[in-house]
Design a protein around this ligand. Structure first.
Ligand code: ADP
Ligand code: MG
Length: 316
């Protein structure tokens, strides 16, 4: 459904995208993951015809976005990083306006009503967009992408700036859309793509460094688990006891404490699960475990893991 081949974008002498190629099949929900400045928006803007490339090809449904932009754009619903909203229009006026520019052929009243329902903005249809909360505005941005019922949906960082409840709602909406659309969503948050996408493409510094099923990436990341454990016991004794547990490669105080309990950060060896031995070791000493939390990785660490893994697979 989407074919990107050797895409390059230069600004002056600087590469925003160095050489990006990937394919997305019909019905796939793909996460485009990378830190700020990686080239996500540039790639998505080229793919959707908002920006021209320096070289390379982008095709949607077999149609080249440069050669035949009008036809290609009909297949795409796009939520850019800055949604193109008109703050002095009501939600209804705006969706009708989008309907007109897209020259949509579906039944106007029925189609727009359906979109307002799916995106849960029916209750604000008479409100000015300028008076809506960030969460509602984002949904209106998603609603405009859905006008015309395009088979391909592209969302650029759809949950940035939303509160946790709104994030959950938008993710649920994307999951629901993924059931009958091809979806690409960009984000700099690993857990976001893990929770929504079948496949993850990781981009860093204008290059793709991984393109894998979500479960494979999760596995690579999970191989070295990290925990914060809170133990009620004398820290000078707890620390060596933690370090003595098989599978624990390091234990350090985090500096957090609550009365006589201290929080320790544990790093663990690849492929081990230290939780049971940890429980028994502490129980034996009568030091209650008051908390155990898995500590997520930041993107930098994920990159290191993924690249290490790719290197070792190539070497093997
Ligand atoms: P992301 O969306 O992953 O955060 P972008 O695609 O926005 O990354 O940017 C990729 C790189 O290109 C960054 O280094 C950014 O500074 C640069 N860049 C983006 N747009 C422009 C522009 N209009 N002029 C010059 N450099 C740009
Ligand atoms: Mg961006």
């Amino acid at each position: 459904m989407i074919d990107i081949s050797h895409l390059v974008k230069k600004y002056g002498s600087k590469y925003a995208v160095t050489d990006v190629s990937f394919h997305v099949g019909e019905g796939e929900v793909v996460g485009f993951l990378g830190p700020n400045g990686a080239g996500k928006s540039t790639t998505m803007n080229i793919l959707t015809g908002y920006l021209s490339s320096t070289s390379g090809e982008a095709k949607v449904g077999g149609i080249d976005i440069l050669e035949n932009p009008d036809e290609a754009k009909k297949l795409i619903g796009f939520l850019p990083e800055q949604p193109p909203l008109y703050v002095d229009m009501t939600v209804d006026e705006y969706l009708n306006f989008v309907y007109d520019i897209k020259a949509c052929k579906l039944n106007r009243v029925k189609h727009l009503e359906e979109i307002r329902k799916v995106t849960k903005i029916d209750d604000v249809k008479k409100r000015l967009i300028g008076n809506l909360s960030k969460g509602y505005r984002q949904r209106v941005g998603i609603a405009q992408a859905l006008v015309g019922n395009p088979p391909v949906i592209i969302f650029d960082e759809p949950t940035v700036g939303l509160d946790p409840k709104q994030i959950i709602e938008i993710r649920n909406l994307i999951r629901a859309l993924g059931k009958n659309h091809t979806v690409i969503l960009s984000t700099h948050i690993l857990s976001e793509v893990q929770s929504v996408c079948d496949r993850i493409i990781i981009i860093n510094d204008g290059r793709i460094i991984a393109d894998e099923k979500t479960e494979n990436i999760t596995e690579a990341v999970d191989q070295h688990r990290r925990y914060d454990v809170k133990v009620a016991g004398p820290q000078k004794d707890v620390l060596p006891a933690l370090r003595a547990i098989p599978g624990v490669t390091s234990a350090e105080l985090t500096g957090e404490r609550e009365l006589d309990s201290y929080v320790y950060r544990l790093e663990t060896a690849q492929g081990t699960d230290v939780r049971k031995p940890l429980f028994y070791a502490m129980a034996e000493k009568n030091w209650p475990i008051l908390g155990l939390e898995s500590v997520g990785m930041n993107l930098e660490e994920v990159f290191v893991r993924i690249t290490e893994r790719a290197d070792s697979q190539r070497g093997a």
